[in-house]
Design a protein around this ligand. Structure first.
Ligand SMILES: Nc1ncnc2c1ncn2[C@@H]1O[C@H](COP(=O)(O)OP(=O)(O)OP(=O)(O)O)[C@@H](O)[C@H]1O
Ligand SMILES: Cc1ncsc1CCO
Ligand SMILES: [Mg+2]
Length: 266
């Protein structure tokens, strides 16, 4: 199955993605999912989050602006989703910044999410290593986080994705490195958070979650490249990016994705 076929499959399935995300990311994430061809739902109340996970095709958890009730809802929704075999994607935003974030992200990672997706500093923090984190933006390169990502994937039994100039995906055995993208993607807030929804959408119903994650990152980065070529200023780039998510075809993903594969060291 090609990377482009994963995009086509996602659009055909139009997965319902439940997101328990942060206040900054909500609207961007919902618009990104709609532009890509998925169906977003922001459902975070403790009273309904687990019940809704019984209807969803995938669930995402994001610790960007965490509060105790929301974290309880994340745990309940993740437990319900994992029991049904549907993918759960954790985005441990600023995981190393405070004791509270270290604690809740440790708890969420111990639930064994299907996929953990963060920038290099966040993956280093969740893996229990030191990082140069500065809030929600990474202070580390993804190459520095590769061994931590492999160790974390082996510990959770899931997939780990590290985003940055070169995106890295591993299941603890295989590694993929994706070289597409644009630095402008760091100049619009919450595009990393929104990517978590895209990863969940691609993983929902996919036969192979490792390749689904690689396809999601390659597609997203390609859309960033296209939008940057169209408009290199942050405000209009954000609009061009949504349009590019809508426009990018499976054939373009297959033709333009820059992906190299390697075996993870034993
Ligand atoms: N320097 C860069 N060059 C090219 N592409 C980049 C670069 N930095 C980020 N990207 C692209 O942007 C995507 C999101 O990455 P990033 O690591 O910035 O997310 P993030 O730190 O989680 O963002 P946020 O938390 O602010 O939403 C990456 O998967 C990659 O495609
Ligand atoms: C800026 C910001 N602060 C908390 S969450 C968030 C969105 C990007 O991670
Ligand atoms: Mg992020």
């Amino acid at each position: 199955m090609t990377l482009g076929a994963h995009l086509a499959g996602m659009r055909a399935r139009r997965p319902l993605v439940q997101n328990i995300t942060n206040f900054v990311a909500m609207q961007t994430m919902a618009n990104v999912l709609l532009a890509a061809g998925a169906s977003p739902a922001m459902v975070h109340a403790r009273e309904e989050a687990a019940e809704f996970a019984g209807l969803a095709s995938a669930v995402t958890l994001n610790t960007g602006t965490p509060e105790p009730d929301w974290v309880a809802a994340m745990e309940a929704a993740a437990t319900a989703a994992l029991a049904r075999g549907i993918p759960v994607v954790l985005d441990p935003v600023a995981a190393g910044a405070t004791g509270y974030r270290r604690e809740i992200n440790g708890r969420l990672a111990r639930l064994s999410p299907s996929i953990i997706k963060g920038n290099a500093s966040e993956i280093l923090a969740v893996a229990g290593r030191t990082s140069a984190s500065r809030g929600a933006d990474s202070g580390d390169g993804t190459d520095a986080a590769e061994p931590a990502a492999v160790a974390l994937a082996r510990a959770t039994g899931g997939i780990v994705a590290v985003t940055g100039a070169i995106d890295v995906v591993t299941d603890g055995r295989r590694i993929a490195r994706i070289a597409n993208g644009s630095p402008l993607m760091t100049q619009v807030t919450a595009l990393g958070c929104a990517l978590t929804g895209i990863v969940a959408a691609f993983a929902a119903g996919a036969p192979d979650r490792f390749h689904a994650t690689v396809a999601a990152l390659a597609y997203y980065a390609l859309a960033g490249e296209r939008a940057a070529a169209e408009d290199p200023r942050p405000g209009s780039f954000a609009t061009a990016f949504l349009n590019a998510l809508h426009d990018v075809t499976p054939e373009q993903v297959d033709a333009l994705a820059l992906v190299e594969y390697a075996d993870a060291p034993l």
